[in-house]
Write a protein that binds this ligand. Structure first.
Ligand SMILES: *Cc1c(COP(=O)(O)O)cnc(C)c1O
Length: 230
């Protein structure tokens, strides 16, 4: 068995165990494989082992991965920082964007989404740890942004995403994920119909699942340590 196949199986087992521990059905939790810093061959191996949803953090690397995987039925998710000069390519080639944190970028994505494709699924990124280096809106601004994005014709707001402040303490991890879970519930109480909590990565997916994650984004636990950022 390849290292990628073994990594993928180990992550699937972690998701199943974490779901069982809190009485959730593991089928409620989508695994997004993040092959950043790894060659397209690694992605192909994961595909061969049954993985279909892949996340990309950089537009250029994502385009290279997609070009090398054109024969595969991959569902592509963009999860990295958004630059306005890259919105057209992202609107044309992705099924999901998880990192919406400005109305202007959302408007550009909506305008560029081709008519022949389904609306682009999006999540509003929330900065729960209040770290200045991270993207995302402060929790108190998420409702206003989600409501504005929900009015754009070619986008479909599906939920919230966060990259928490790294912590080895499970209680602290859960606290940050709980902020996102409560925020999603508050937005739904105000009339939105959001079904996605994009939270949990290699080091904290158990805590995220315990707090209601519906989609975990996992890189190194599947593909191994990555090369330096491109
Ligand atoms: C790289 C990345 C991940 C995966 O991180 P790992 O710790 O390698 O699992 C998840 N989400 C985002 C936004 C990323 O950039």
């Amino acid at each position: 068995m390849s290292a990628v196949t073994a990594g993928l199986q180990a992550v699937r087992a972690r998701i199943a165990a974490a779901a069982a521990a809190c009485g959730r059905d593991p089928r409620e939790i989508t695994l997004l494989a993040v092959a950043k810093g790894h060659p397209a061959d690694a992605l192909r191996e994961a595909y061969r082992a049954g993985q279909r949803a892949f996340g990309e953090s950089y537009a250029q690397e994502g385009a290279a991965h997609a070009a090398a995987s054109a024969d595969l039925a991959v569902e592509w998710h963009f999860i990295g920082p958004l630059q306005s000069n890259k919105t057209r390519g992202i609107a044309e080639h992705y099924a999901w964007v998880h990192s919406i944190d400005r109305l202007k970028i959302a408007e550009r994505l909506s305008a560029a989404r081709p008519e022949g494709l389904a609306p682009l699924n999006v999540c509003v990124q929330v900065n729960v740890g209040a770290e200045t280096t991270k993207g995302g809106v402060p929790p108190e601004e998420a409702a206003a942004l989600a409501a504005q994005v929900a009015r754009l014709p070619r986008l479909k707001v599906r939920g919230l995403m966060t990259i928490p402040k790294p912590s080895a303490d499970v209680t602290e991890q859960r606290h940050q994920f709980a902020v996102l879970r409560e925020l999603l519930a508050a937005l739904n109480a105000r009339g939105l119909a959001l079904d996605t909590l994009s939270m949990g990565m290699s080091d904290d997916l158990e805590a995220a699942i315990a707090e209601g994650s519906t989609l975990v984004r996992v890189g190194s636990a599947i593909f191994g340590t990555r090369r330096p950022k491109p």
